[in-house]
Design a protein around this ligand. Sequence first.
Ligand code: HEM
Length: 519
Amino acid sequence: MSIDGTWAFTAESPRGEQSFAATFTSDGERLAGTMTGAQGIWEIDEGSVHGNEVGWLVRRAVMGMNLRFTGVVDGDQWTGKVKVGVLGSFPASAVRTTLEQPPPARSEPSLISAEGRADPYPIYARIRQDGPVRPVQGPLGGQVWMVTGYEEARALLNDPRISKHPRHAPQWLRDLGIVTADEGPTGTNMLNSDPPDHTRLRRLVSKGFTPRRIEALRPRVQRITDDLLDRMAPLGRVDLIDAFAYPLPITVISELIGVPEEDRDDFRSWTAAMLLMPLEEELRARRSQGIEAINGYLAALIERKRRDLRPGVPRDEQPDLASALVAAADDEDGLNERELVGMLNLLLVAGHETTVNLIGNGMAALLRHPGQLALLRDQPQLLPSAIEEMLRHDGPVEQGTGRTAVENIEIGEVTIPAGSQVTVALAAADRDPRRFPDPDRFDIQREDNAHVAFGHGLHFCLGAPLARMEAQIAFRGLLDRFPDLALDCPPEQLRQRPGTTPLFRGLAELPVKFTPAAR
Ligand code: HEM
């Protein structure tokens, strides 16, 4: 009796029905394979086949307890029981699943090749032609399920059978050192956790990011913008990324969190290292150094905030977000030390890497589409809709962060097997022709523009109101102050920042020129 293949399991347990997926191979007597459950992915430690009796052991699978399965197989049905450590034995059953695997993606220039970085959209369009959800060979070697369809992206971003916790990540990602069993590169944070941790972590800071709280920051953001524009004005030509798009969001988020001015320059090199594509040993080492440097700095910052904390001042009245989080640390829902570092790391990185690219990609799109730029100058009330189109057309986040299916998920004509890595290509979803007519066209008057550039579902961007407000002030300022702003290089010379993961889309430089103001 063969047990080889993929099986879907259910087991009764004191905590209700549990689902697992398993893939087995056997050589007649010995059984090997992997199992996946909501708690993780496990190698089978010992397995045996005697006639139709099939049993196996997974060590330390659930809360450190062993799982021992014993039962009989009959065709495509397995019936038996599972012994869970000291908790006892529970009835279990399984059916063999015949998952239709679509063929692997056609051979394409890789999304991380120079061509793919410069313009990934034709590659995504070709992948989408084979199906809006399909397995592809990821740049790091392992298989990922790539989601390029808009409806499918929204459905999966909202699907509770998809986990963000690194403990579910496939073994190949752990082997590369990209995630560890308990955390991703940015530590323990809301973006790599599932409810109920996600709910607790997000609730702690969400009050600080409501549209009303963000509106209150408007005058300060305006002042920071005006200062940067004043500094640019006499120069006549600048790299807009360096002179404006980078310093604006880093200043805003640093002030919000409470990072002193003199420390801010270091972040640029640390986060650049942290976002390197870990393709080779040397890059992996640089990436780890970046992560260590930033987390070491944040741990010291937290220490300083703790020392300077004014006793008895409620958390809402603390001078900055880091102090407020430190003040809340002893509360019931407060953060432990690792969570504090993880939270600040996430807010700093998410709070500036992305907005830099909204300003950079958005201004590049306007400068490359002079008709649209003229229209916006003519009708400034189009700015909010222009910003939404910048986000849809070439958003700062090309691919959503890593996710893992913890159960088999049927979607459209395919089934994503439990244990698979899922990449939602937000930039591709936002160019899905089934959702956006003529999707490659940059049209600042586009209506019905509900893009997914800020994600969707539980992990929808916390900073979206802040990013939108910064972008409005930034573009208004640039357009008003520099009526003849133009590209200072042939458009084909614009390059994406080299070496970073396809998580982000952002230019290395954006040379611009304008008539200088008299000093
Ligand atoms: C244009 C700028 C921005 C874009 C395009 C953007 C995009 C995104 C996207 C796509 C996600 C979801 C990622 C996923 O599900 O894999 C996300 C999450 C997040 N973003 Fe943003 N973001 C921007 C600016 C900001 C800013 C200014 C902050 C400020 C602190 C911020 C904080 C966050 C946080 C904390 C999360 C995680 C939310 C969660 O896990 O519940 N983002 N962002």
